[in-house]
Design a protein around this ligand. Structure first.
Ligand SMILES: *Cc1c(COP(=O)(O)O)cnc(C)c1O
Length: 377
């Protein structure tokens, strides 16, 4: 048996007829970049996320960059970014010309450690970026309370959590701005790159709209320099059709995660299992377990792969310890919780349509990998 890490063909088979009709209309209309199909999706996604403004852009990293640019930070000003995330969270800030200040994560869920954010902030800190990692919201009450006390902006990275809620409120509605990604493997994925900036501020949305399209409020008017970071109609059509299934697909992810949790608790009690922070509606972008050091995570991963189970690691190296951030001078030991997660984390296959047989095979393979891997004591 083979269990891929993610299989998008099942989603496609559910939408292909409807999507083909929509694409047929687009081929007749011949409007490819921005245009009515993109505006339509922006409106639908804004309603779904419960914000007033959605600005479609070329990808999630651009969404973060343009969101930071909209805040008009000075070059020496800092944004607090979690060490345990995908590198784009930090790259978006750097590309906007601001500085990153890295923050450790909580050892249980891997989300932003708000007390650590308080400790690491400086007089130049202007914003904090909670990342709604693996499909669940960061602890937003404490993030918002700290930001309010300090007068910081809040920019949410919601790339991994489309449809997730906290206390009933959708991610992306807590901060000044939120960025998301429609990379194909995300919960709401396009058939190529895409992203969006969400906000309730008309002013900030207007700023991002200018920046994504050459600083241009009207054709050939360029009061400032912007970028080319536009969402195209083909992606918008895919996203618009997929959005109508997102709740159902997220429910399937939740059912798979529950099943993994039950089976693994019974059969692999040595593992650390992921859970939802109280108050969170988790959408399980990733199912990330912890393999205790004595088994050797990399050995377990290799054995799973040998057995045809597509597992992954999110993420093997905390962002501040990546070569790209060498100039920041961080060393091993600076982010103890993120570093320990990086050593132990293992992501299991989880996607809408994953079958019970496949899940059982993953659990059996994991059991065998653990039995074969424990270092002799
Ligand atoms: C995917 C992702 C992004 C960026 O998305 P791209 O569309 O690949 O640029 C940003 N942050 C996180 C946490 C992500 O997982």
């Amino acid at each position: 048996m083979k269990v891929p890490f993610v299989d998008l063909s099942l989603q496609h088979s559910q939408i292909s007829d409807e999507l083909n009709l929509r694409l047929g209309e687009l081929f007749r209309e011949q409007s490819w970049v921005l245009g009515p199909e993109v505006s339509r999706f922006e409106g639908e996604f804004a309603r779904y996320m419960n914000v007033s403004e959605c600005v479609g852009v070329a990808n999630g990293t651009d969404a973060l960059e343009l969101a930071v640019r909209a805040l008009s930070l000075e070059p020496e000003e800092e944004v607090l970014v979690p060490a345990n995330s995908f590198i784009a969270s930090a790259a978006g800030v750097l590309r906007a010309g601001a500085r990153v200040r890295f923050v450790d994560c909580d050892p249980e869920h891997g989300l932003l450690d708000v007390e650590d954010a308080r400790r690491r902030a400086t007089a130049r800190t202007r914003a904090v970026m909670p990342v709604h990692l693996y499909g669940q919201a960061a602890p937003m009450e404490s993030v918002l309370a700290l930001a309010k006390e300090k007068g910081w902006f809040v920019l949410e990275d919601a790339a991994q959590a489309q449809g997730a809620r906290r206390g009933g409120a959708s991610v992306g509605t807590f901060g000044d701005l939120a960025a998301t990604s429609f990379y194909p493997g995300k919960n709401l994925g396009a058939y190529g790159d895409g992203g969006a900036v969400l906000t309730r501020s008309r002013g900030l949305a207007e700023k991002v709209r200018l920046l994504r399209n050459h600083g241009s409020p009207a054709k050939y008017a360029h009061p400032e320099l912007g970028f080319n970071s536009r969402l195209d109609s083909l992606q918008a059509a895919v996203l618009s059709v997929k959005l109508t299934r997102l709740e159902a697909w997220n429910a399937q992810r939740r059912a798979c995660a529950e099943r993994y949790r039950e089976q693994l608790a019974a059969r692999c009690p040595e593992l650390g299992l992921p859970s939802a922070l109280p108050g969170n509606e988790h959408v399980w972008h990733l199912f990330v377990i912890r393999v205790p050091a004595r088994f050797g995570r990399d050995r377990v991963l290799a054995e799973l792969q040998r057995r045809g189970v597509g597992a992954g690691i999110h993420y093997p190296v905390p962002i501040p310890l990546q070569g790209a951030f060498a100039s920041y001078g961080h060393r091993a030991g600076d982010f103890p919780a993120a570093e320990s997660m990086a050593r132990e984390q293992l992501s299991l296959p989880l996607f809408p349509g994953l079958t019970e047989e496949q899940q059982d095979y993953v659990v059996r393979s994991l059991r065998a990998a653990l039995d074969g891997s424990e270092a002799p004591s």
